[in-house]
Design a protein around this ligand. Sequence first.
Ligand code: SF4
Ligand code: SF4
Length: 286
Amino acid sequence: MNEPKFDPPKGPVEPVKLGLDDSIQFQCRKGIACFNQCCQNIDIMLTPYDILRLKNRLGLSSEEFIEKYTVPFEMDGHGMPGLKLKTREDSPACQFVTDEGCSVYEDRPAACRYYALGLMSMRKKDSPADEDSYFMVKEDHCLGHNEPRTLTVREYRQEQGVDIYDELNQEWRQIVLKKRSAGPTVGQPSERSFQLFFLASYNLDAFRRFVESDAFQQAYDVAPDLMKTLMDDEVELLKFGLRFLKQMLFDEKFIAEKPDALEKRLKSKREREARFKELEAGRQGT
Ligand code: SF4
Ligand code: SF4
C-alpha cells in the first residue's frame, strides 16, 4: 500500500514530518518579547467544539456567540458554511487579546492551542482511520522557537490540552472532507444540506430545540434515556449531531427512524398542500 505523500500547507512551514515522539524546540511564555504578536493578525477557522467552549465561557447562547464573535465564509467553492473568529472593528487583532494575554485562555480555540505546531490528518487508501502527522510553523515574528526548551510533540499536545478538541473535531473534519469531495461529483449540494450542516455544527442551542421538537420525535426513535442525556449534556448532543449529519448527508444509518415516519411526513405535506390550494381558491374567488 502506498504511503500518502506528506504535503503540508504552503507558507512559513518547516517541511519536516513530525510524529508524537519527535522533539521540538519551542516555548511561548508571558514576558517574551513577541508576547501577543500572534493574536494581532488572525485568521482562525472555528470548529464546533471551539464554539461550544467559547459560548459557554462567555455565557452566551450559540446564536448570540455566532452573531457577536464570528464571520461567515465558504469552506469550499460550493457554499459549505464555515465560521471564522471575528476581529476587532478597527484592526485585524483578536477581540479576546488583552495586555495580559488571552482573556479566554482556558477555552481558546484549537488553532490557538496548536500554534506553532501544525496538524495534518491523512487517510491511507482502504484504511478506516486517519493518521495524524505534525509540522512546525515558523513565522518571523514568533520568538518561541529560540527559547531553550525541548519537548516531544506528545508533551506539547498534552500541555496545550488539544486531545479533547481533536477527539470531538475529528468526526466533523471527516464530514467536511467527505462533503467537499462529494460536491462536484454529485452536483450542487442542496441548500437544505448546508442548513443542517450549519445547525448541527455551529448552532447547538437551535439543534437542541430541533431534537426536542415534535417533528423530530415523530420521525426518529430516540430512547428516553438517550433523549435526557442529549438535553443535559452538550458534548453528547454535539456527537449526536455529527451522527445525525452523516445520516442526512451520506445516508449512513445511526439513528433509528420510526417505521411510518416517511409516510406521516408525506401525508402531512399533502395535507399542507391541499390546505394551501383551498386558501388560494378561496382568495381568487373573493
Ligand atoms: S483566542 Fe486568545 S489565543 Fe486565540 S487569537 Fe484570540 S487572544 Fe489569541
Ligand atoms: S512566542 Fe509565538 S506563540 Fe508565543 S506570544 Fe510570541 S508569537 Fe505568540
